[in-house]
Write a protein that binds this ligand. Structure first.
Ligand code: SDX
Length: 432
C-alpha cells in the first residue's frame, strides 16, 4: 500500500551512475501510484525492462478496477457482486462500453439494434461448411469475426458514438449466432434462425439447441446462470487478450480485426483456455486416472499446473470464483443434476488452500475454476467453454478498443534490450 508521502509525491527520482532524473508520479482513483516513464529514454537514453509486464501499467483506463490484494473487481465503479445480483449481460455490456447504466429508452434502443443485427449474411452460413467437423470452435470464431468485417464494411470506420453503438450491437449480437452455428455445423446439425423477441441468453440457447422442427424452451434458472456467467466474464482490465485488442486497435485496425486477435490470445490454456483445462483435470480424477494427492504431487514437482488456480493480479480468492462457486451449487440443486466434478473441485480447493505450496504463492481459485462446471450444468459442450468466455468478454474488448480510439493513443510499440550476437560479417556459403 503506498504511504501518504508517496501519494503526495509529485515526482520520483532515478539515479543511474552519474545520471539523475526526476519522473512524474501519477496517482489513480483508488490510490494506485505509478511512475510515468514517458520521458525516461529521451532524458537518459535508458529504458525499463519488465518480463510479462508484471509491474508495468500500459494505460490510464476508466473502465475496470481490480484490487488484487483485496479481491475487488468493479466495472465503471460498480462492484461485480452488485452487477451479478441485479444486472443482465446486455445492461452490463452497455455500462462497460458507454460508461453508465442505460436508461430504459437507451436499453430498449440497444436491444432493438441487437435484434436487427442478430442474423448473419446468408453467404456466411455456408462459410461454416468449409471447416472440418473437428475444427476447434475458437479457430472458427476468430476467423468468422474477421469474416464479419467483410459483410459489415459500413461500420469499419467509426466517426461518432452512434457508429460505435451500431458496431458494438452488431458484434455482440452476431458473435452469439456465429458461436452457435460453429457448434451446430461441427455436429452436422441444421441451423435455426434467431427469434427477435427472445432475450440475449434465451436466443443463444435457442440457436445452440433448437432445431427447425423443435423449438426448445429453457429453465429460467439456466438462462439466469448463463447471464451471470457472461456478466462475470465481461471485462477484467489489461489482461492478455484485452491488451492484445488494444495493441491491434492502436495500429488503427478496425473493431472486428482487434476482437478477432483477442479471441486468439484468449484461447491459450494459461488464459481463457483454462476453463477447459480445469474440466479435463477434474475428469481425470473422476475417472480415477489420477487421485487428488497424485495431482497435488505432480503440481509441486512442477509437472502439472492446477488449472483454475493462481492469478497475475489476485493474491486472494478471485471474487468471480466466489460468486460462481455459490451459484453453481444453487443451479445444480435447482436442476436436480448433482455433478461429481463439483465435489472433486471443492476437495481440490480445500486441499490446496491448506497446503503451503499454494498458500505461500498466493494461489487461489480464479474465474476458470468453477465456470466450466456451471457451463456443464446448463448443457454447453466442453469444447465451447472458451468460446463462451469470448462471448462474455466481447463488451470489455469493445470498451477498450473504443478507449484506445478516443484517447488517440499512439501505436503500441514496446522497446527491447538486445542480447544477441555483436556486429559480425556475412560469411559466404563456401566458407561456412
Ligand atoms: C484468466 O489476467 C487476467 O485478468 C486473466 C483473467 C481474465 O478475466 O481475463 O482473469 C482470466 O486467464 C485467469 C487465469 C486462468 N489460467 C489458469 O488457471 C492457468 C493456471 N494458472 C497459472 O498458469 C498462473 O497462475 C497464471 C498464468 C494465471 C498467472 O501466472 P503468473 O502471474 O505469471 O504467475 P507465475 O507463473 O509467475 O507463478 C508464480 C509461482 C510459480 O512458482 P515458483 O516459480 O515461484 O516456484 O506460482 C506457481 C508458479 O509455478 N503457480 C502455479 C500455478 N500458478 C502459479 N503452480 C501450479 N499451478 C498453478 N495454477
Amino acid at each position: 500500500m503506498p504511504t501518504p508521502a508517496m501519494l503526495a509525491a509529485k515526482t520520483a527520482e532515478l539515479t543511474i551512475g552519474d545520471c539523475k532524473t526526476e519522473l512524474p508520479v501519477v496517482v489513480g482513483t483508488e490510490q494506485e501510484v505509478a511512475v510515468d516513464i514517458e520521458k525516461l529514454r529521451a532524458e537518459t537514453g535508458v529504458i525499463t525492462l519488465d518480463d510479462g509486464y508484471r509491474n508495468t501499467g500500459s494505460v490510464k483506463s476508466d473502465i475496470t478496477f481490480i484490487n488484487g490484494e483485496e479481491g475487488i473487481l468493479r466495472y465503471r465503479g460498480i462492484p461485480i457482486e452488485q452487477l451479478a445480483e441485479n444486472s443482465t449481460f446486455i445492461e452490463t455490456a452497455m455500462l462497460l462500453i458507454f460508461g453508465e447504466l442505460p436508461s430504459a429508452d437507451q436499453f430498449a434502443h440497444f436491444r432493438s439494434l441487437l435484434s436487427e443485427h442478430e442474423m448473419i449474411h446468408e453467404a456466411m452460413r455456408h462459410s461454416f461448411l468449409g471447416f472440418p467437423a473437428t475444427g476447434h470452435p475458437m479457430a472458427i470464431l476468430s476467423s468468422m469475426i474477421n469474416t464479419l468485417s467483410c459483410y459489415n464494411t459500413d461500420v469499419l470506420e467509426m466517426d461518432d458514438e452512434k457508429d460505435v453503438e451500431n458496431a458494438a450491437a452488431r458484434l455482440i449480437s452476431k458473435i452469439r449466432t456465429v458461436a452457435a452455428y460453429a457448434y451446430r455445423t461441427s455436429q452436422g446439425l441444421p441451423l435455426v434462425y434467431p427469434e427477435p423477441e427472445y432475450s440475449y441468453c434465451r436466443n443463444f440457447m435457442h440457436l445452440m439447441f433448437s432445431s427447425p422442427t423443435r423449438q426448445l424452451e429453457f429453465d429460467p434458472d439456466v438462462l439466469r446462470a448463463l447471464s451471470l456467467f457472461l456478466i462475470l466474464h465481461a471485462d477484467h482490465e489489461q489482461n492478455c487478450s484485452t491488451s492484445t485488442v488494444r495493441m491491434v486497435a492502436s495500429s488503427g485496425a478496425n473493431l472486428f480485426a482487434s476482437c478477432a486477435a483477442g479471441v486468439c490470445a484468449l484461447w491459450g490454456p494459461l488464459h481463457g483456455g483454462a476453463n477447459v483445462a480445469v474440466i479435463d483435470q477434474l475428469q481425470r480424477i473422476h475417472h480415477s486416472d489420477m487421485s487428488v494427492p497424485e495431482l497435488m504431487e505432480l503440481v509441486k514437482q512442477r509437472k502439472e499446473k492446477l488449472y483454475g488456480f493462481g492469478h497475475r493480479v489476485y493474491r486472494k480468492y478471485d471474487p468471480r470464483a466466489k460468486i460462481l462457486r455459490q451459484h453453481v451449487t444453487k443451479v445444480l440443486d435447482k436442476l436436480g443434476k448433482p455433478d461429481p466434478l463439483l465435489d472433486i473441485a471443492k476437495e481440490l480447493e480445500e486441499v490446496a488452500l491448506s497446503d503451503d505450496f499454494f498458500v505461500s504463492r498466493d494461489l487461489y481459485p480464479n474465474v476458470d475454476f468453477y465456470s466450466g462446471i456451471l457451463l456443464r450444468a446448463i448443457g454447453i459442450p466442453t469444447n465451447m467453454y472458451t468460446v463462451m468466455f469470448a462471448i462474455g468478454r466481447m463488451p470489455g474488448w469493445i470498451a477498450n478498443w473504443k478507449e484506445v480510439r478516443e484517447a488517440n493513443s499512439s501505436i503500441y510499440r514496446p522497446r527491447q534490450v538486445y542480447t544477441g550476437q555483436p556486429k559480425r560479417d556475412y560469411v559466404p556459403f563456401d566458407q561456412r
